[in-house]
Ligand binder design. Structure first.
Ligand code: ARG
Length: 576
C-alpha cells in the first residue's frame, strides 16, 4: 500500500501543484504523535500568496481528503499531518507480507529489461584482497536487488587477464617456476615469481626483452605462450571461484580484457572512420574537451591499444549481446575518470546508449587494531579476513550456546559460525553509503547488539525459535486481515511502519545503486522488533487472539529480514 503516493496525488488535486513535486515535499515525522506523514506548506506560500498555517488549515479542511480512506488529516502550524488508521494499516501490511513470504519487496518494474552488473573483475594471478571484496559484495547485492525488481540481470566478471605482465610471468615461470607450489597455491606462487622478476630485472635488463617478446607471442597466439597464460588464468579462476562459492555468488559471463583485446583494433578503426582520432604526442586520442574530461588515448605511439580501448570494445559487445537497458560498473572510485572518458567517447561516436552506462564507485577499506597473519606483506586477503571472522564468531557462538544450555553439535556450530562470520564481513561493506571508507574492527562487526549482521541474524533466529515454541504449544499465527487488525499498540505499529517501507527501500536501493538503503531499513525493522519483543509478551499475551496476531507479526518480520539479508548477499540461520 503506497500511502505516500496516494496522499501526494490528493494534495496535487487540492493545491494544483504537480504530484511529483508534492511527493518530494512529504515528510515522515520524527515522532508517531505527529502522524505518519506530514506535508509542510512553506514552499507553497509564494505561489498561493497565503501564510503557511492558513494553507495548512485550508488543506486539512478540504473535503476531497476524505476519499483517502482509513486516514485522517490535521493541521498543526504550517504542517498538515496525516494519521493512518492503525488497524487498517496493520491488517493490510502484515497480511500482504505473509502472503508474499520471502518474495516480499519484489516488483515487476524491470520486466523485459536487461541490466548488466559488472563486478568483482579481479586481476588474474594477483591476490584477491579486501578491496576486491568491495566491488564483489556491492555488485552481488545490486544484481540481487535488480533481479528482485523483475529485471533480467546479467552478472559479468570483467577479468583483468590481459597485459604486459603476462609476458613477465611467462618469462619468470620458465626461469623459476615451481610446478608443485603452483598446484598447491597458485596465486602465492605466481606472486612470488612476479616479485622475483622485478628484482632480477634490475640486475639483468635482458629479462625485460624476454618478457616483451613473450607478450608479443601471446598476442600473436603462439601455442606455448597461450597455453601458459591459460594455465595461469584457469588456476586463478579456481581460487576466485572458491571464494565466490563461499560467499554464495556466481557469474554469467567471465569475458575478461583478453576477450576484448581482440576487438580493440576494430574500435580504433571505427573511431578513425568517424574522424574522431587525432594525434597527440605520437598517440591516437579522442578529444573530449566538450565533455569536460581529458582526451582518451585509443592507440599508444607503438600502435597498441590500452585498457580504455578494451572497455569501449566491451560496451559495444555488451550492447550487441544483451541490448542492455542499464550497464553498471561496480569499480573503485579511483577509476571514475576512466569511465567518464570511456562513456564520453561512446557518446561522441554517436552511441546514445552511453547514457545508460553507469559507474558505481566505492570507498577504501581500512582496519582498526586488527592483526592479521597475512601471507603477502601489507595487503589483507579476503580469505584471511573471512577465516578470522568465522573463527572469532565461532568463539562467541560456542560461549552463547553454553550459557543458554543449548546442545548444539560441532557441525551445527561450524555451519552457523561460517554463515554468521561471512555475514558479518559482508554487512560491514553494505552498512553505510558505498562511497564512504569502511573501517573494520572485530568488536564492531561481531557485536551481537550493534548494527551488524550477527544482530540481524540473531533477531531472525530468535523469531524462528518463538515460532517453533508456538507450534509446540499448538498456537497458530493469525491469518486474514480481520484477525490482524488488533496490532495497534505503539510498539507494534512502529514495527509495522518499518515493514511497510521495505519495498520502497528496495526500489531506492536500485535507483541509487546503494545496497545500504536496504541494510538501513532492515536494521530499523530489527531495532523496532526487539523493542516490541522486550516490552510485550508474545506467547504469554493476554488473549489467544493477541498471541496469534503477534505471532503473525513475528512471521512478517522474519520474512522481511530474510528477504533483506538475502538482497545484501547474507544467508540466515534458523537458530544461533
Ligand atoms: N581489473 C581491474 C582492477 O582490478 C578492474 C576492472 C574494472 N572493469 C572495467 N570494465 N574496466 O582494477
Amino acid at each position: 500500500m503506497d500511502y505516500k503516493s496516494e496522499i501526494a496525488s490528493k494534495l496535487a488535486e487540492i493545491t494544483g501543484i504537480e504530484s511529483e513535486q508534492v511527493y518530494k515535499l512529504i515528510e515522515i515525522p520524527p515522532q508517531v504523535e505527529m502522524g505518519d506523514y506530514a506535508f509542510p506548506c512553506f514552499t507553497l506560500a509564494k505561489t498561493l500568496r497565503k501564510a503557511p498555517p492558513m494553507i495548512a488549515a485550508d488543506i486539512a479542511a478540504d473535503d476531497r481528503l476524505a476519499s483517502l480512506g482509513a486516514m485522517s488529516a490535521k493541521n498543526v502550524g504550517p504542517y498538515v499531518n496525516f494519521f493512518i488508521d492503525r488497524s487498517f494499516y496493520a491488517a493490510k501490511t502484515v497480511d500482504s507480507i505473509i502472503k508474499a513470504g520471502d518474495d516480499y519487496g519484489s516488483d515487476n518494474e524491470g520486466e523485459g529489461k536487461n541490466v548488466i552488473v559488472e563486478y568483482s573483475s579481479p586481476n588474474i594471478a594477483k591476490p584477491f584482497h579486501v578491496g576486491h571484496a568491495f566491488t564483489t559484495i556491492i555488485g552481488n547485492s545490486l544484481a540481487k536487488i535488480y533481479t528482485k525488481l523483475g529485471y533480467n540481470v546479467i552478472r559479468m566478471n570483467h577479468l583483468g587477464d590481459y597485459g604486459t605482465q603476462f609476458g613477465k610471468l611467462i618469462t619468470a615461470y620458465r626461469l623459476w617456476g615451481d610446478e608443485k607450489a603452483l598446484n598447491e597455491d597458485p596465486i602465492t606462487e605466481l606472486l612470488r615469481i612476479y616479485v622475483k622478476f622485478h628484482e632480477e630485472e634490475k640486475k639483468d635488463p635482458s629479462l625485460t626483452d624476454s618478457a616483451r617478446e613473450n607478450f608479443k607471442k601471446l598476442e600473436d597466439g603462439c601455442e606455448e605462450e597461450v597455453a601458459l597464460w591459460k594455465k595461469f588464468r584457469d588456476m586463478s579462476l579456481v581460487v576466485f571461484d572458491k571464494l565466490y562459492k563461499r560467499m554464495g555468488m556466481e557469474f554469467d559471463n567471465y569475458n575478461g580484457e583478453s576477450y576484448y583485446a581482440k576487438m580493440a583494433d576494430d574500435v580504433a578503426n571505427m573511431l578513425k572512420e568517424k574522424g574522431l582520432l587525432v594525434e597527440s604526442e605520437g598517440a591516437q586520442v579522442v578529444d573530449l574537451e566538450e565533455y569536460g574530461v581529458p582526451p582518451c588515448i585509443i592507440l599508444k605511439s607503438d600502435g597498441t591499444t590500452i585498457y580504455a580501448t578494451r572497455d569501449i570494445a566491451a560496451i559495444l559487445y555488451r550492447h550487441e549481446t544483451y541490448n542492455f537497458d542499464k550497464n553498471i560498473y561496480v569499480v573503485g572510485t579511483p577509476q571514475a575518470l576512466h569511465f567518464r572518458q570511456v562513456f564520453a567517447v561512446m557518446k561522441k561516436a554517436g552511441f546514445d546508449y552511453a547514457d545508460n552506462c553507469v559507474h558505481v564507485g566505492f570507498g577504501l577499506v581500512k582496519f582498526k587494531n586488527m592483526k592479521f597473519s597475512t601471507r603477502d606483506g601489507n595487503i589483507v586477503l579476503l580469505e584471511d579476513l573471512l577465516n578470522e571472522a568465522v573463527a572469532k564468531t565461532r568463539e562467541v557462538i560456542e560461549e552463547n550456546s553454553k550459557a543458554r544450555g543449548q546442545d548444539m553439535t560441532k557441525e551445527q556450530i561450524d555451519e552457523i559460525a561460517e554463515k554468521v562470520g561471512i555475514g558479518a564481513v559482508i554487512y560491514t561493506y553494505v552498512k553505510s553509503g558505498r562511497e564512504r571508507d569502511i573501517v573494520f574492527s572485530w568488536e564492531e562487526m561481531l557485536d551481537f547488539e550493534g548494527d551488524t549482521a550477527p544482530y540481524l541474524m540473531y533477531t531472525y533466529a530468535r523469531i524462528k525459535s518463538i515460532l517453533r515454541k508456538a507450534q509446540e504449544q499448538g498456537i497458530a499465527p493469525a491469518r486474514g486481515e480481520d484477525k490482524l487488525s488488533i496490532l495497534t499498540s505503539d510498539e507494534e505499529y512502529n514495527v509495522i511502519r518499518t515493514l511497510a517501507d521495505f519495498p520502497d527501500a528496495v526500489k531506492k536501493a536500485a535507483s541509487s545503486n546503494e545496497p545500504f538503503m536496504i541494510s538501513r531499513q532492515i536494521a530499523l525493522v530489527a531495532r523496532n522488533f526487539n523493542r516490541f519483543y522486550n516490552n510485550s509478551s508474545i506467547l504469554n499475551a493476554d488473549s489467544d487472539e493477541q498471541k496469534a496476531a503477534r505471532l503473525a507479526l513475528c512471521e512478517a518480520v522474519a520474512d522481511t529480514l530474510k528477504s533483506g539479508l538475502d538482497l545484501l548477499g547474507i544467508g540466515v540461520v534458523e537458530r544461533m
